[in-house]
Design a protein around this ligand. Sequence first.
Ligand code: ADP
Ligand code: ZN
Length: 627
Amino acid sequence: MNEDRPRAEPADPLAEALKRHWGFDGFLPLQREAMAAIREGRDSLVVLPTGGGKSLCFQAPALLGEGLAVVVSPLIALMKDQVDGLVANGVPAAFLNSSQPPAERRRVRERLVGGHLRLLYVSPERLAGEGGEGFTELLARVGVRYLAIDEAHCISQWGHAFRPEYRRLGSLREIFPGVSLHGFTATATRRVREDIVEQLGLERPRVLVGSFDRPNLVYRVFRRGDAASQVRRVIERHPGEAGIVYCITRREVESLASRLAAAGFPALPYHAGMDAAERSRNQDAFLGERVGIVVATVAFGMGIDRPDVRFVLHTGSPRSLEHYQQESGRAGRDGLEAECVLLYSAADFVTWRRLLERGDELDDSARRLLADMQRFAGSIRCRHKALVEYFGEEYPSRSCGACDWCLGELERVAEPRVLAQKILSCVLRLRERWGMVQVVDVLRGRDTAKIRDNRHDELSTFGLLDGTPAGELRGYVEQLLDRGLLAHDGDRYPVLKVTEAGRDLLREREGSGDFDLYRQRRPKRPKRAPARGGAAREIVDSWEGVDRDLFDSLRELRRKLAAEREVPPYVIFHDSTLRDMARKRPASREALLTVYGIGEKKAADPGPRFLEAIAAHGEGGPPAPTV
Ligand code: ADP
Ligand code: ZN
């Protein structure tokens, strides 16, 4: 369409760079705007969820125009991986940090002075710390065009990952006058955002805040029953795939990891109480795809950049929805479908109150966050909608097509009103002085000391719902709580009370107005989440047309190459690229360039190795479809 333009001046140089180096056909939401701010030299703050494509926003503009782009990144391990990834795409990039031997650092400096680098990754201490003077002069000489601050929330004390060395970045403005500053974060809270702007001293920044919905994640919430088999069921839905299983305590991590390993699942533990060597060995095994499953406490996460995590399973509730979003958000960073399962029980919240109290952290705000988390877990409605609204965003669709509720995995009970009336009247019979456990036990007609001692077996509601599993019954109580028909009273040992609305329902007759209760069915293999919003990734958001055998053998080849080259496998190719390859079965370099995520550099290397593998597979396997 732009054939009359001279070739040296492409109509859209950014789009061209994306295609040439990354093999992408378009921009994800707000990427173009974020890159425009950088090109205009206007300060900016970009807030996009994990997997939203933040890195590309500050990487691509480095290829256009004069001068060096400097990226401040908090984690040394991630720095190396990002740079490896850039180099693999033919982008001249390097990093400088304290982990490098002096000779290597010198080499980077030489390339810098020689003007051979477009992007330089540095740690915050390097850039604005003590002993950084010679370095800043060097940078001034080279000419810095812009500074990108990744994980910018680390500068804020209000965030969940405050890092003191980030505070020094407040002086960047003085150290680099006239250089634009660009912060990037996935933290959604307004307070943190405002703090970043203030701490970095951003001037009239362009603030770009993306949607926090992650349409490729399928959310499911279950009451915890037989946890071991619930965990196995999730893992069995993901054969050969990567996953993280989060537990609340270290002890749970240890016992679950060994039980899974004993049952033949390749799982390794990770928590802060392990010795450092073993911990980093396990982390490396996971990143290098030598093991698929890590069982961990929340200590595992910061710095986990593996993009093909296909499930995140919580065996207990996190302490807040912020934590839940953060942790579950580690699934599906590559934009492909992934599953997030939360197993919870009321006991988790008691555990958290105890743990927080012990650490002297149980204040009003912590209590409120816990209560919000509990409400989310116990409620029966669209999970995407609930999450997004919690973070202050509107959710326009009626159905997300990617949660237990919207996928119709919850079953409506036949006579919800009668069921609710039975539960409510049991609470009244117990004179609103007992908690969930006793109410459930009485309804189920159990023979316990507490029931005998209090002569609750003489109540008319005793055994009224025998035969209903305890977990299911608790689920109904939670739904009644969620709808305001029941209420909790008291903090440490909350008792159940019937609200005014609950009393109304008790007085009502059958059938007046809408009222439903639901129970969970066992999920089948997760359906594919429909891609919404017309993102550039839409085309690869499924397994459609993918030759699974070929995909598996390409994955094996990737693992081998990654080990040879000592880079994480995703630096070679992402899963999305392998799927597209196993769908298109390219037979030439030109065909390779049409595959998602393959630019010119990767088509040249390691492209040919993959072409060979595809050809070899074709000889043995079914014929390639003709297009
Ligand atoms: P973040 O840093 O925001 O978590 P990443 O930069 O890791 O996100 O990007 C997430 C995924 O999206 C990566 O797999 C990346 O290759 C892919 N991606 C980024 N930009 C695009 C684009 N314009 N088109 C297609 N895929 C993209
Ligand atoms: Zn939904």
